[in-house]
Design a protein around this ligand. Structure first.
Ligand code: SF4
Length: 396
């Protein structure tokens, strides 16, 4: 126990811990001591005691995908009758609706449709920036770069440069899932490998596009593989400094081919949050998830090292398709943060504080700012664009 106590003290003081030490803390450290050490790091990084949230909208532009990840309940294979791609005007309409609700950021996330080449992304990014120049495009990710590279015959750097020139502000960290080869191959055999995901992100960081990094835990990986995921991200961060935040969340088991596999427990999730705060001495922000683990656990992450509770999620379709039922709203997120003994603040994509909610009497009262799932926010205007089977087979 002395070794663990010494390690916790070393990490709480800002010392770097090795992957082996992180694994020991993850599996054996007392929960309260682990949380306390992580919270010490958080308090030193953010002595203003603020915890943040953001208002953004996930716009899932297509559910057509050739990558067929086994954990995914959202996608439809090319040619499937339930496949859809939003026309430009629908995406723009959703952006306008998001602005009206106070969103500062759009996350465009979608399937790997063989019909969407670089020109499609350039067109929609440019249109969004033309109509809504204040919206930050924190969108796509390394997996989309790999896919566009295939559909358009460009190398990764060319894809990234063209997306940036068209208006992309930063990459979301989606698609990381678990980067370690064995579990990644088991759940996403057609997705690029973890080394490629990281190398695309490293290239993007070098070209001036920062990103976040995510981790989907609970699909059957070992504890050592969980820590190895962290190591892989930290090594790249040592070289680039381009990951703004680390965002772990838990696999949702409904409506997909992996259902029945073990999910991460709430305690495992909290331990991961704490170990991530101690391990990532080179990543500024750590986001707790209320969407996949529930609001109580989301709130607890603020005592285990997290400084951010993520988004109100004006729209989310992917994780909710796999069973995430939790919904929230701006008032509730502010209350969750405040009742944790922290000062709530709305942030932007760069973690600048837009509004600090010091006085409850001045809290915003717009009950339209709440989560919508499965396109309920705008399903009436959904128009479907079929994808031709010929194009699909050519790309797959
Ligand atoms: S997770 Fe993304 S890449 Fe994988 S099947 Fe679903 S939509 Fe496609």
């Amino acid at each position: 126990m002395t070794e663990i106590a010494d390690l916790l003290s070393h990490a709480a003081d800002g010392g770097r811990i090795s992957p082996a030490e992180a694994l020991l803390l993850y599996t054996d450290a007392p929960l309260h001591g682990l949380g306390e050490a992580a919270d010490t790091v958080r308090r030193r990084r953010y002595p203003d005691n603020i915890a943040t949230y953001i208002i953004d909208r996930n716009i899932n532009y297509t559910n057509v995908c050739v990558t067929a990840c086994k954990f995914c309940a959202f996608y439809r294979a090319p040619g499937h009758a339930e496949g859809w791609t939003h026309p430009d005007e629908e995406i723009l309409r959703r952006c306008g609706e998001a602005i009206d609700l106070g969103a500062t950021q759009i996350m465009l996330q979608g399937g790997h449709s063989p019909e969407l080449g670089i020109e499609w992304y350039e067109r929609i990014f440019a249109a969004i920036k033309r109509d809504y120049p204040s919206l930050v495009l924190h969108s796509l990710g390394a997996s989309e770069v790999v896919h566009i590279s295939r559909t358009s015959g460009l190398d990764y750097a060319e894809v990234i440069s063209r997306l940036k020139a068209a208006g992309l502000d930063s990459f979301a960290g989606a698609g990381a899932e678990i980067l370690v080869k064995r579990p990644r191959t088991a759940i996403a055999p057609l997705k690029e490998d973890g080394e490629t995901w990281l190398s695309v992100m490293e290239t993007a960081h070098g070209l001036g596009l920062e990103s976040t990094a995510t981790f989907m835990m609970g699909t059957g990986e070992t504890n050592a593989e969980r820590i190895e995921h962290l190591r892989m991200v930290r090594d790249v961060q040592d070289r680039t400094g381009g990951f703004r935040s680390f965002i772990p969340w838990t696999y949702q088991a409904e409506n997909n081919h992996l259902k029945g596999r073990t999910q991460a427990t709430s305690l495992e999730y909290l331990r991961m949050i704490a170990v991530a705060r101690l391990f990532f001495d080179n990543v500024n922000h750590l986001q707790g998830s209320w969407l996949t683990t529930g609001k109580d656990i989301g709130q607890l992450t603020l005592h285990f090292g997290a400084d951010d509770l993520g988004s109100v999620m004006l729209e989310e379709n992917v994780v909710s398709s796999a069973g995430a039922r939790h919904r929230s709203n701006r008032t509730e997120l502010i209350d969750l943060i405040r009742s944790s003994g922290r000062i709530p603040a709305q942030r932007d994509t760069l973690y600048n504080h837009l509004t600090v909610h010091h006085d409850p009497a001045l809290d915003p009262v717009d009950d339209r700012v709440h989560s919508h799932f499965s396109s309920t926010v705008s399903s009436t205007s959904l128009r479907l664009l079929p994808v031709s089977p010929a194009a699909a087979s050519a790309a797959s």
